[in-house]
Design a protein around this ligand. Structure first.
Ligand SMILES: Nc1nc2c(c(=O)[nH]1)N[C@H]1C(S)=C(S)[C@@H](COP(=O)(O)OP(=O)(O)OC[C@H]3O[C@@H](n4cnc5c(=O)[nH]c(N)nc54)[C@H](O)[C@@H]3O)O[C@H]1N2
Ligand SMILES: Nc1nc2c(c(=O)[nH]1)N[C@H]1C(S)=C(S)[C@@H](COP(=O)(O)OP(=O)(O)OC[C@H]3O[C@@H](n4cnc5c(=O)[nH]c(N)nc54)[C@H](O)[C@@H]3O)O[C@H]1N2
Ligand SMILES: [Mo]
Length: 829
């Protein structure tokens, strides 16, 4: 045993760790102490901006901030983010890790046995772990680069704090891409010259004025605009309300292409074409074939603005592979009738048509293809660059399409080291490993270090990761295939997680550091990620509960242990930072937008930026493609990409093609054994895993305390399942329990369990401790117990969670308790 560990254990045995069991709201609220302050305060969040009141030192009411005319129902879950049984109360260390450090029995990881320690002990142990990894191995063995949805706030953004502090110690492996749009953001720069997914879109007023047919392809904006990357304004909902009126008046036709009746369709009262899951490329090809053979395509636009159509046409006509991609061919794969395919193509060619593609269809195997093919279809229609015409890939996200105010937004606490700062371990020798890996390939790296994979025209050598540090993301929610993850995590020597809650990621860690919520610290945020509608003050409501600290305070203490507290904070306090970020923004906006002095802003809680100009995406390019070329190699829309063709990938070739999936329902591979497609869409009542901890709110949608599994009446009848039954959903990768909700929005062969449902594995004996077992049953209903962990293709190597088939049955066994929300088994030493 090392000196540090011996000393540490000696010290630890002297401390008394009180056992605090899981508790309900009341005792938790009693811990909240506050300073005397005004009783209504302002804050921002992914769910919107709020005014919050306090009563007896406890957060009481939460109401939307004035400008928010369309608050989300999730506002009812906000209070429960602070007061809930899942909060991490103290720094804690996994039992066997405390005893044996990097030589611990890692098969115990996930058995949930933890010991309470002091902050000083936890942070010293964290540093000792980093020392060990950097000394024994090198920066290639440490991965602290996974990122995620954190909480809003420009000052406390927690991943930045963790990464800056860890970088002060030494280098580490980072990621490229994200789970949201991994395939889309990789392919689109080759096709339209930008990621498209994160680009500002044509303004809603122009769409409402000009569009005659709006095609929402795999897109549910009414559900997905409830949350935003920064504090959400919900401005898009005013436009959706107008759209609803225009649909009712017959002025705009809205057509959804979706296997499921979406929340948006129900709201708008619009039309839908049912499509078999994962078959969109086939349907698009069928439409393209019809446009081409009926000469409905815009040859002039194709000639003037795109490249490579003549190399795509032989494929479309089947001259290469002997299969013409006719509507008849497409109908067999997609389940869409020949008439519907033809009619939709004709309708879209007839009048002004805007296509809005969602992100789900690129979170599948070959996820690049539907994105590319949709762009080809839009090019054939010839409306790209017209107001209310063409194609967009982001109108369902963070109020894209709301005209931007044009104001500058406040900056943020730095993620990287300042100029001249030297890490304690300065080596940047990654051996022959890649220092950056595709985000969703980290589990593959742990399992197959040294393996060389293709990625976007390069080779990536997966690093031999021995230690991971997480903050502001929840991989045991966001990543696919839990049992594969368990296998992988057993190979890790150390896992450190900074968390507000006892998420499954915290459970599968060795050191857990408790962060407080946004309501327990001060901050500043952008109001409207794309509209830049204003700036919100995020005012502390209550002191951090229990032993939790703000991320800034956690890493300030850590930096002190590293011997450079001042370097980390630049000698500035939380409030110094907030005031500086505000004042820099005030300077940048001077002359255009007058902002009050900081003190007045803080007292008011909000600055508003009015106005914004309507704007049409790709209009410049349409006007003058030579003067305003796209960012593609040719400056034109690339229907055929020489660059991609030169990579020689079988699963992403020179132009879009239909490829069968590894798993597909409705007659596809794997469906004889597992006939049902599992779609793990983004939750209607959460932001991923965030807010699942909010107990009262969770109870408003769960079924006997379990995550809902939405099932078609046909599938339910076949399996003798009623709403309210507990079902077991399974495939060769895993099994989970969930609560049946029978809903005729779902077709036969499709079920939905929303992502972000907290993983709560129990062992064969039904115990919480047995959750470390491979094959354990998830007691709550995390769909990533079942999803497949493969890269979408050699191009993007992105998440393909929607390529997944399952079977399900009524669960008749002894029901295990839901163990997701009650925190660890605390061991007293
Ligand atoms: N099957 C399936 N899987 C998916 C998806 C899917 O559609 N289907 N979608 C994917 C997509 S698009 C995404 S974006 C990812 C999302 O995956 P993540 O971004 O990992 O999801 P979140 O649940 O938002 O995780 C954020 C974590 O940060 C913690 N946190 C919040 N505030 C703070 C703070 O102030 N300090 C600290 N230290 N921590 C904090 C929260 O408690 C939470 O655990 O999931 C992906 N996974
Ligand atoms: N309420 C809420 N909103 C969110 C989030 C959240 O967690 N909660 N997360 C945000 C984030 S990080 C992201 S990445 C986005 C995600 O945005 P998306 O990925 O676009 O969202 P989803 O709702 O998962 O899927 C949209 C629609 O696609 C359909 N669909 C799925 N597969 C197929 C298919 O094979 N073919 C066709 N035609 N349709 C299909 C689904 O039935 C659904 O109606 O949402 C953002 N908005
Ligand atoms: Mo996402």
């Amino acid at each position: 045993m090392s000196m540090i560990r011996r000393d540490f254990l000696k010290g630890l045995l002297g401390t008394t760790a009180a056992v605090v069991g899981p508790s309900v709201l009341a005792p938790l609220s009693a811990v909240a102490a506050t300073r005397p302050q005004q009783e209504w305060l302002t804050t921002g969040s992914h769910w919107g901006a709020f005014k919050m009141s306090r009563k007896n030192g406890v957060i009481d009411q939460v109401v939307p901030l004035d400008p928010d005319k369309y608050p989300t129902d999730m506002i009812n879950g906000v209070r429960g983010l602070v007061y809930n049984a899942s909060r991490v109360r103290y720094p804690m260390v996994r039992l066997d890790f405390l005893l044996k450090g990097h030589k611990s029995d890692t098969s115990q990881r996930g058995d949930f046995r933890f010991v309470r320690v002091t902050w000083d002990q936890a942070l010293k142990l964290f540093k000792a772990s980093l020392d060990e990894v950097q000394t024994k191995y090198g920066p290639w063995a440490l991965h602290a680069g996974q990122t995620g949805w954190r909480a809003v706030g420009q000052m406390h953004s927690c991943t930045s704090h963790m990464q800056r502090a860890v970088a002060m110690h030494g280098n580490f492996v980072k990621k490229i891409g994200d789970y949201s749009t991994g395939a889309g953001q990789t392919i689109m720069p080759y096709v339209l010259g930008s990621t498209e997914v994160y680009a500002q879109g044509t303004s809603w007023p122009l769409i409402l004025e000009n569009t005659k047919t709006l095609v929402l392809w795999a897109n549910d904006p009414y559900k997905n605009l409830q949350v935003g990357w920064n504090t959400e304004t919900h401005e898009s909902y005013a436009y959706l309300a107008e759209l609803k009126q225009k649909v009712a008046a017959g002025e705009i036709r809205v057509i959804h292409i979706d296997p499921v009746v979406s929340k948006t369709q129900k709201y708008l009262g619009s039309e839908r074409i049912y499509i078999n899951p994962q078959s969109d490329v086939a349907m698009m090809l069928g439409m393209a074939h019809h446009l081409y053979s009926e000469k409905l395509h815009d040859q002039e636009f194709i000639d003037g603005y795109s490249l490579g159509f003549e190399r795509f046409v032989p494929y479309l006509l089947g001259e290469k592979d002997g299969i013409a991609k006719t509507p008849e061919w497409a109908s067999k794969i997609s389940g869409v009738s020949v008439e519907q395919i033809k009619e939709l193509a004709e309708l879209m060619a007839k009048d002004r048509t805007q296509i809005m593609v969602g992100w789900c269809i690129q979170r599948q195997q070959h996820g690049e293809q539907p994105y590319w093919m949709a762009a080809v279809l839009a090019t054939m229609l010839g409306q790209i660059g017209l107001p209310g015409g063409g194609i967009s890939y982001g109108h369902h996200y963070s109020s894209i399409g709301v005209p931007s105010s044009g104001a500058a937004a406040p900056g943020a606490f730095p993620r990287n080291l300042d100029e001249g700062m030297k890490p304690l371990f300065p080596s940047d020798d990654f051996k022959d490993y890649s220092p950056t890996i595709p985000v969703a390939r980290f589990v593959d790296a742990i399992l197959e270090p040294g393996k060389v994979i293709d990625a976007n025209g390069s080779k990536v050598t997966l690093p031999d990761i021995k230690m991971m540090v997480f903050s502001g993301n929840n991989p045991w929610s966001h990543h696919q295939d839990r049992n594969k993850m368990k296998q992988a995590f057993r190979k890790l020597e150390a896992v450190v997680t900074v968390e507000v809650n006892w998420t499954a990621t915290a459970r599968f860690s060795d050191i857990v550091l408790p962060a407080c919520t946004t309501m327990e610290r001060n901050d500043i945020d952008v109001y409207g990620a794309y509209s830049n509608r204003g700036i919100v003050a995020m005012q502390k409501m209550v002191e951090p509960l229990f032993d939790s600290l703000s991320d800034f305070d956690i890493f300030t203490r850590f930096a002190k242990i590293l011997g450079n507290e001042k370097g980390y904070t630049r000698g500035m306090s939380e409030f110094d930072w907030i005031a500086m970020l505000y004042n820099d923004c005030k300077k940048a906006n001077a002359g255009k937008f007058e902002m009050p002095e900081f003190d007045k802003f803080w007292a008011d809680g909000y600055v508003h930026f009015a106005g914004g100009e309507n704007w049409t995406r790709h209009a410049d390019f349409r006007k003058d493609p030579e003067f305003h070329p796209l960012g593609t190699p040719s400056g034109l829309i690339e229907i055929f990409s020489r660059k991609i063709a030169a990579y020689g990938y079988d699963d992403c070739q020179g132009h879009p093609i239909w490829m069968e999936k590894a798993e597909r329902s409705h007659g596809g591979p794997g469906s004889d054994k597992y006939p049902v497609w599992l779609q793990s869409c983004h939750p209607n009542h959460r932001l991923h895993s965030q807010m699942c901890e909010s107990e009262e709110y969770r109870n408003s949608y769960t079924v006997h305390g379990r995550e809902p599994c939405y099932i078609s009446p046909v599938d339910a009848k076949k399996r003798r399942i009623k709403s309210g039954d507990v079902v077991r959903v399974f495939n060769d990768r895993g099994q989970l329990l969930a609560g049946a909700v029978i809903d005729d929005s779902y077709p036969e062969g499709v079920i939905r369990i929303e992502e972000g449902a907290w993983y709560g594995p129990v062992g064969k004996d039904g115990s919480k401790q047995g959750g470390s077992e491979i094959g354990a049953l998830c007691s709550y209903g995390d769909p990533n117990t079942l999803t497949m962990d493969i890269g979408s293709s050699k191009l993007s190597q992105a998440c393909s969670a929607y390529t997944c088939v399952v079977e399900f049955e009524k669960f008749n066994g002894k029901l295990p308790e839901v163990v997701s929300f009650s925190g660890p088994i605390e061991i007293k030493v």
